[in-house]
Design a protein around this ligand. Sequence first.
Ligand code: ADP
Length: 607
Amino acid sequence: MKLREHISIAKRAVKMVFSQSKAFAVCTMLNAFLAAIMPYVPIWFSAELIDALFAKAPVETLIFYVMLTVGTVFLLQLLKTYVSHQKDISSSVIYRMEDWQYAEKAMKMAYESIESRDVQLLRNRIRMETQTGYNRFYLHMCMEYAVRYTTEIVCSLALTVSFFTNQTIPLYMKLGLLALLTLTIVCNIVLTAKQKKEDGNFFEDNVVMMNTVGEKYSQYIGDYSAGMDIRLYQMTEDIVESQSRLNREHTKKSLLLYKKMTALSIPQVFLNHALQYMTYLVLIVGAIAGGISVGSIAKYVSCIMMMLTSISKLVTMFQISIVNDGYLKRYFSYFDIPNKMYQGSLTVEKRDDNEYYVEFRDVSFKYPNSDVWALRHVNLKFKIGEKLAVVGMNGSGKTTFIKLLCRLYDPTEGEILLNGVNIKKYDYDEYMSVFSVVFQDYRLFAFTLGQNVAANTDYDEERVKHCLHQAGFKERLETLPNGTETYLFKNYDKNGIEFSGGETQKIALARALYKDAPFIILDEPTAALDPVSEYEVYSNFNRISGEKTAIYISHRLASCRFCDKIAVFDHGEIIQSGSHDTLVDDKKGKYYELWRAQAQYYTEQTV
Ligand code: ADP
């Protein structure tokens, strides 16, 4: 990374902290400044006090010095406690802001990016690095320490200027001391750099392993939803053993790192001590020559050693910030992922007559990073009020067809039109307002039943109930003491309910109905339902969907018979389309083959 890039990353990072919480940024730096100047107050006053004692100054002067020292330190300490407290309060804002920023970014990202394995890995990695201290913690630390050590160096220099300009110390001694000081600093820089490199290599080497321990094992063990499978398949011993093995490996590598670190710190310790002895020696020479007062000796020794420590810490901090820039760059790269989807601005015509029609015009699609066509040359037209069934074997492209219709992805080739206009040209939110969808892998949230159905914190209770009744949830609703205020799951309420797969599917269906959009799309809406509920849903489907255009995806053909039109998907292509009666007459067609295969399970009677 070039210096210019480091500077721009550091600038952006500091700007980000200020934008997240000005109070935190200011308090961090003020706290560091106060922490830096505090030790210099007693050092300076003590030197003055000792010199006053030796000069046999009056008692009032001595008391004055003592009072001034104690008073100043007390005031500074008070101020520091206040600032530090404010910093702690505002730091929680930063943590919350960051969580929110991740959520906000995920919401604004194209679906294609969210689903991408690379993006998921990037996000997991950044999160893990944050937990290990990289990016955020080191950034805050560097901001704090930059102020602290720079202030310490300035204070040390200010209090030792008179030492370096003192005429009674021979020049060769001053030069010798300066040379040793320089050597110590250079040695600290080089060895600390090596230590940081070892540390960084250790982290890089272990990133996969730590990820495995942290996510694969700990997360599963802690997650109650995995508990059943873990017990059933007696995985506990295996997981514990695998985790212990990884932990043992990790400890072994940590010990090796510790040895290397210790070896690298020995020359630093040696030189630091040599410098301390040399400083004393030079000062004693100066004191014997009568050019240095007794009070100043302690002051100079303390300041020179503190300056040395501050310089080496500032350098270390600089090195950390250089390393951390790489992590910050990765952190920012997540937030910089562009939303490549073309965002149109057209509003969707609000038609009272609900005269909407959709057309797939020679649409082909490949998933990102895939060479296989998930859809190929799909041509289909359907208009409002029509009930379209999309059938086909697993993997034939049915869900992909819906994802494209909902603009979660854009077609690789061809176009999709709503009322003759390419759907890309519509404002995305406007376009989505036309669809109610229940995906196969729908998600319900740990909110109340009413909020789940309305997909909103505020809801119209009567409407929620009506939709739940339509979705076949009436009897179950009547058994709930808290009705629509019942919490789903136990995350936020210990009385929350874990509904069965079939029940949650009905709630998801009610949510789609509540949205009351002109198009209703149900992707395998009955997959988790028992045969009776399944029968209820599809036999009432016409009534439920009313005047709306409905797209009904299923591989159970019996549940699609009531649709006006059926499109048969196979390997991403529409190989047949028409009504059930015409399709079933084509004895050589795929539909007839599928129908025959399933007929033994779904007899005319059950249908
Ligand atoms: P269906 O809904 O008919 O079961 P899908 O539309 O889910 O089929 O899948 C169609 C094809 O696209 C399958 O070959 C499937 O493996 C592939 N596919 C589905 N989702 C993805 C994805 N996110 N990335 C890559 N390929 C996918």
